[in-house]
Ligand binder design. Structure first.
Ligand code: AMP
Ligand code: MG
Length: 408
């Protein structure tokens, strides 16, 4: 057996980030930025008003009070996108809207709530303002030449706004890896009709495609390949040339028709591992003409755990991510959990709930690697190296957002 850490490291060492490409902002969310972004413009690009009101010379309104206004002559109206060329001279003001450029001469804004128009061309202002009041100076958010984003940044919605603001609508990013998912096994059917003797319903592909998608990858379902050497050979070759990575399930343990093992051994530079974890002990990884291939076990729970713990760090390496693993938190067990003393780390499917100041953890029913329905509701995997008691604080791998859709 190989330790979990060694198996994970083996995968990561053999995966390299995909070549960066320029994409539109509609394709950039969740990708890793592959360039450093330096501001070629100041943000905002010009001094502008933060409020609707009157642009003034602060000195002119120095004596204004709520009961003793200062009267100024209104020389124009400035809307966002429509600068006023004329200067605001002494004794003058300009009506100004939020985001509109400050006119030459003015250095502050009195808000409209503290004003009273007098006829068509004058205004009474009831408040003294200091120079700069309600003015957003050019470069207030980003200065010209400032480094705003660095390569390696995982792009969030706000980052996309920053890129747009900085005239960078085609950022260079590491693309999301395209991942081919195929299952193998003569017993598998993917229809809802009657089962012939010995058949079972294929369930790993929908699970793995959805899980991979939820982990930020672009997964494609390539169907089921029968236990047949030629069919497996051509399916794997094809998948490896058309995708950035390939995931197979089934056929990698010790059975007589575990042919994925046979074919990959012949086509690719593979490592066959017995990883010291439960579930998901069998795991294969290798490169088929440079394309990473992950041979996951066939048991439904195992294949999902294997994807989340062992394939994901490699796939995220392809994506240029620095957060290779699912996040881990501490959680308080609400019940005891038995353990086996066999040197394997157990990843126990569990339901985490936020109680207000910590997570509580309830193991999710039956833990057999074929018993997917018992763990379908699990949002975490408890990491246990032996038995644990109720009240123990244990580490948990978050399979998804633990705050989404809490039960009860
Ligand atoms: P294998 O590793 O191919 O021997 O598969 C281990 C177990 O998982 C067997 O009971 C298979 O029938 C089952 N299995 C394999 N692949 C799938 C799949 N895609 N969907 C559901 N069960 C599967
Ligand atoms: Mg099989």
């Amino acid at each position: 057996m190989i330790s979990f850490e060694a198996a994970r490291a083996h995968v990561i060492e053999r995966c390299t980030p995909l070549a960066p490409v320029e994409v539109g902002l509609d394709r950039a969310l969740g990708r890793v930025l592959a360039e450093t972004v330096v501001a070629r413009e100041a943000v905002p690009p010009f001094d502008n008003s933060a409020m609707d009101g009157y642009a003034v010379r602060a000195a002119d309104v120095a004596t204004a009070r709520s009961d003793r206004p200062v009267r100024l002559r209104v020389v124009g109206r400035i809307l966002a996108g429509h600068p006023l060329a004329a200067e605001v001279g002494p004794g003058q003001a300009a009506r100004i809207m939020t985001g509109a450029p400050m006119p030459p001469g003015a250095d502050a804004v009195v808000v409209v709530e503290r004003s009273e128009p007098v006829g068509d061309h004058e205004v009474d202002l009831f408040e003294a303002v200091a120079p700069g009041r309600h003015v957003r100076p050019a470069g207030d958010d980003v200065a010209l030449g400032e480094t705003v984003l660095t390569a390696g940044t995982l792009l969030t919605p706000a980052h996309l706004g920053v890129l747009a603001t900085l005239a960078n609508r085609q950022p260079l990013v590491v693309p999301r890896p395209t991942v081919a998912v195929m299952s193998t096994g003569d017993e598998l059917v993917d229809h809802d009709g009657p089962l012939a003797p010995g058949q079972i319903r294929e369930s790993n592909r929908p699970t793995l495609v959805a899980a991979a998608t939820s982990f930020g990858l672009e997964a494609e379902d390539l169907g089921t390949v029968p236990d047949d050497l030629d069919r497996l050979r051509s399916a794997l070759r094809e998948a490896a040339t058309t995708h950035d990575a390939v995931i197979t399930t089934g056929g990698v343990s010790m059975g007589d028709v575990d042919l994925v093992k046979v074919v990959l051994a012949e086509l690719a530079d593979m490592a066959w591992m017995q990883v010291a974890i439960r579930p998901a002990k069998p795991f294969a990884f290798g490169l088929l003409d440079g394309t990473p291939v992950f041979g996951l076990p066939g048991n439904p729970v195992s294949s999902l755990v294997s994807l989340a713990l062992l394939a994901l760090p490699g796939l995220r390496t392809l994506a240029g991510r620095r957060d290779l693993d699912l996040p881990r938190v501490l959680a308080r067990l609400t019940t005891e959990v038995g353990g086996r003393d066999d040197g394997r780390t157990a990843f126990v499917r569990a339901r985490l709930e936020w109680t207000g100041d910590e997570f509580s953890a309830h193991p999710a029913g039956r833990q057999g690697s074929h018993q997917l329905s018992a763990s379908a509701d699990a949002n975490a995997l408890l990491v246990l190296d032996g038995p644990a008691s109720s009240g123990d604080r244990v580490e948990a791998v978050l399979l998804r957002d633990p705050f989404a859709n809490p039960s009860g």
